[in-house]
Design a protein around this ligand. Structure first.
Ligand code: NAD
Length: 374
């Protein structure tokens, strides 16, 4: 089984596998074809891929010559058109939201795996690209906020007087939120955190943040560690608590999401307009509607002296390490199927089954199947 690495297009600067992943695959007797220039926007040359054991080709040759095509973003119509039903595809299809794409992939007859729906089990942790990219997002969000804020993050006692530390409010304490908390603390900020899952309280305090309790959250144990939608009564109570804490904050980092659904609206327009001028809001949930009512996806603008940055894709701005983490996740997933003995899809493996969107014209993932009628 030949694995083919495709170059990304558009604004994307990451690549799905760095040469270190190619070397690991070659060691498993897996030949790897790489599209010319695949790594150049992550600062990796074709020569480095060749040194790792890959061969370099034009895009069409890679697509037609590999049994498993690996990339980050969904394939273009042209790329899908070159694929044959016996081929496999590994990328990020956002299948819980992009139903038209799922139908197109199913119609192509290929076997497609989407790493963003990998089951969130302990065994799958090393393959979880959502966690990897959330780590980059949480870190970069705080650095961007620090860069935009007209104040220091840490407290300073100087001959020119004492500077108070920046106050940071984080909405959502998942992987991105906890990384934002850790990064803010390293920079010396004072951090408060909201989440509807009580389970994260200990992690928040362990990282030096203050957890803000709002009574009455619906915390669904059966949701696989994810949050669920909240009651109207809770939402009102939470909005008031967020309003009160937002007015004291210099920076708000929004990270709250509900998989496959619109992001919860947590920061209302009137709250934002009442915040201190100079404050910064970074909305990492922008691509799924945003936690802040005034967020504009992929835009930065100022209103009443408050800067609002809507960006869910900071990983694109840190392409080397983002690609390194993504590639390690890809390798760990591929190792479920490739070995020196060859390629085999074990359909009894819950990780493989849960990640597979399409196989032989059918939807395999139960989560996707429940949403889409073919
Ligand atoms: P996510 O991106 O889906 O959501 C981010 C955070 O927003 C979550 O903590 C969620 O509880 C919170 N949130 C949602 N609605 C909210 C609301 N109305 N108000 C306040 N907060 C709200 O989450 P994630 O970072 O992808 O991770 C979610 C969980 O999954 C975490 O417990 C994480 O540890 C777990 N996880 C497990 C694995 C694994 O075992 N393989 C991998 C990654 C994450």
């Amino acid at each position: 089984m030949v694995i083919g690495l495709i170059k990304e297009s558009g604004k994307e600067r990451r690549v799905a596998m760095l040469p270190e992943v190619v070397a690991a695959l070659v060691k498993l007797n897996v030949p790897v074809m790489v599209e010319k220039g695949a790594g150049e926007r992550s600062f990796v040359s074709d020569e480095e891929y060749v040194a790792a054991g890959a061969t370099i080709h034009a895009k069409k040759e890679v697509v037609e010559g590999s049994g498993m095509i690996v990339k980050i973003n969904p394939p273009s119509d042209e790329e899908t058109g070159w694929m044959k039903p016996e081929q496999n595809l590994l990328c990020v299809l956002n299948p819980l939201v992009d139903h038209a794409l799922v139908k197109r992939i199913v119609a192509a007859g290929i076997t497609a795996f989407s790493l963003d729906i990998i089951p969130r089990t302990s065994r799958a942790q090393a393959m979880d690209i959502l966690s990897s990219m959330a780590t980059v997002n949480g870190y970069k969000a705080v650095l961007t906020a620090a860069n935009t804020l007209p104040k220091f993050f840490p407290m300073f006692m100087t001959a020119a007087g004492t500077i108070s530390p920046a106050k940071v409010l984080i909405l959502g304490a998942g992987v991105a939120g906890l990384q934002a908390l850790a990064t803010s603390r390293k920079l010396g900020g004072v951090v408060e955190v909201f989440d509807v899952r009580a389970a994260v309280k200990e992690e928040v305090t362990g990282l030096g943040g203050k957890f803000i309790d709002v009574e009455g959250a619906t915390d669904e144990k059966s949701a696989g560690g994810y949050a669920v939608e909240q009651t109207e009564e809770f939402k009102n109570r939470q909005a008031q608590a967020i309003h009160d804490h937002a007015l004291k904050s210099d920076v708000i980092i929004c990270t709250a999401q509900i998989p496959g659904k619109k992001a919860p609206l947590l920061l209302k327009k009137e709250t934002v307009l009442a915040m201190k001028p100079g404050s910064v809001i970074i909305d990492l949930a922008a691509s799924s509607g945003g936690n802040c009512e005034l967020t504009k996806d992929l835009e930065t603008y100022e209103i009443n002296g408050i800067t609002i940055i809507g960006n869910s894709f900071f990983a694109i701005d840190m392409p080397y390490d983002a690609s390194k983490m993504f590639g390690k996740n890809v390798l760990n997933f591929l190792k479920l199927m490739v070995s020196p003995e060859g390629f085999r899809i074990n359909w009894d493996d819950d990780i493989i089954k849960g990640t597979c969107v399409a196989h032989k014209g059918e939807i395999i993932s139960e989560r996707v199947k429940a949403l889409i009628q073919l």
